[in-house]
Design a protein around this ligand. Structure first.
Ligand SMILES: Cc1ncc(COP(=O)(O)O)c(C=O)c1O
Length: 395
């Protein structure tokens, strides 16, 4: 195996954007990955909620290989079949009518915002403001930084592009107060992943939906992290009894191949030819991967598996909360779970787990996040818990 010091090379060559943990991964299979020294790890990070079917799942590998040999890219000047196959499976399994494919989450939310502004121009007297809520995360483009209602992301890049009204999270009155004749939409994550898996009160989404209906404005759900069975239903909105007008997807949709998607109800499908576009978005390679993943998720009812595995995981974590004073709370839905700590030691714990062969994510200074491949077994969850307990016992 290589003796090259990759972290050293990264520190010289890469823009200083990421606070990585000191391991260089070279290979993966299922829920396990291996580093350049041959050490094995159980992966509860899952590429930040992306590796839906685990690493190098044969169904996904075969789909990518087959498409790579057939047609990788053509541009959206032409019709291509994988794009329409993926569109079909998405429409058959969601409340949506139309889709546009991009390449990332930020592009998906940005596309959703553009669609809402187009709707506002056509149907709401030019209304263009989007209400977003505290602790949200919608991506890293400049406009999505303005949408992301967290000062720490906005301050380095001020001034922010106009058109976003940031209000309190989990508070329908704050959304009402932020609404004006310039509002065209409210954009929310059903569960806030990057904020540390924050779950709103049970009636919140329904209240927001009712308010949007009353005002005739659009509800955009950012299901980039919660979608594709991550929370135990194919899309998180199913658990709240609401349907969005526009939905953004990315992350797990193609199991690790970059993709993003804006989905819309026919009533909100305000784009006309030339209003939006993308060179790579929806290309045959990414869409063949997405189609293979979506088909697998639907045909194997992975959402039900996630519900069961998530319940088992939560049971184990609840006993961790009971046994360790340093742990305050476990919360989550399906396989999107956080463990909140009494102190800001999440990164220390992440580094200790790494030494013991477990990859986890310190999503906040005082919170760990678990978002493993959705094919994880109870045995693999138990293995992770055993390591976590060993690490926590030294605090
Ligand atoms: C809810 C949500 N929206 C948007 C994004 C941005 O996605 P990407 O990093 O693919 O641009 C993320 C990424 O973490 C996310 O969790």
């Amino acid at each position: 195996m290589s003796e090259t010091n990759w972290p050293d090379i990264e520190s010289q060559l890469y823009l200083r954007t990421f606070k990585r943990v000191p391991v260089t991964l070279v290979r993966g299979r299922g829920v396990r990955v291996w580093d350049d020294k041959g050490a094995e790890y159980l992966d509860m990070v899952g590429g930040w909620a992306v590796d839906t079917l685990g690493h190098c799942h044969p169904v996904l590998v075969e789909a990518i290989e087959r498409q790579a040999r057939t047609l990788i890219h053509t541009s959206n000047q032409f019709y291509t079949i994988p794009q329409l196959e993926l569109a079909t499976v998405l429409m058959q399994n969601s409340c949506m009518d139309r889709v546009f494919f991009g390449n990332s989450g930020a592009e998906a939310t940005e596309g959703a915002v553009k669609l809402a502004r187009r709707y506002g121009r056509l149907h709401l007297n030019g209304a263009y403001e989007i209400i977003t809520v505290g602790h949200s995360f919608h991506g890293r483009t400049l406009a999505m930084t303005a949408a992301t209602a967290q000062p720490k992301f906005q301050e380095p890049y001020l001034p922010m592009p106009p058109g976003f009204v940031n209000v309190e999270w989990n508070d329908i009155e704050a959304i009402k107060a932020g609404t004006s004749e310039m509002t065209c939409a409210v954009m929310l994550e059903p569960i806030q992943g990057e904020a540390g898996v924050r779950i709103p009160h049970d009636s919140y989404l329904r209240e927001v939906r009712e308010w949007c209906d009353e005002k005739g404005i659009l509800l955009i759900l950012d299901e980039i992290q919660t979608g594709v069975a991550r929370t135990g239903t194919l899309f998180a909105y199913e658990q709240y009894g609401v349907e969005p007008d526009i939905m953004a997807l990315a992350k797990g949709l193609a199991g690790g191949v970059p993709i993003g998607a804006v989905l819309a109800k026919e009533s909100a499908s305000a784009f006309g030819p030339g209003d939006h576009g993308s060179t790579f978005g929806g290309n045959p390679l990414a869409c063949a991967a997405g189609y293979a993943v979506m088909k697998y998720v639907v045909e194997h009812d992975l959402a039900s598996h996630v519900k069961r595995a998530g319940a088992h995981f939560m049971e184990q974590l609840d006993s961790v909360v009971a046994d360790f004073a340093i742990v305050r709370e476990a919360r989550g839905r399906g396989l999107l779970i956080a463990l909140e700590l009494e102190q800001d030691i999440a990164r220390d714990i992440t580094l200790s787990c790494l030494q013991h062969g477990l990859l986890i994510n310190s999503v906040q200074p005082n919170a760990l996040r678990f978002m493993p491949p959705l094919i994880i077994t109870n045995e693999e969850i138990d293995e992770a818990i055993t390591i976590l307990r060993t690490v926590l016992s030294s605090y």
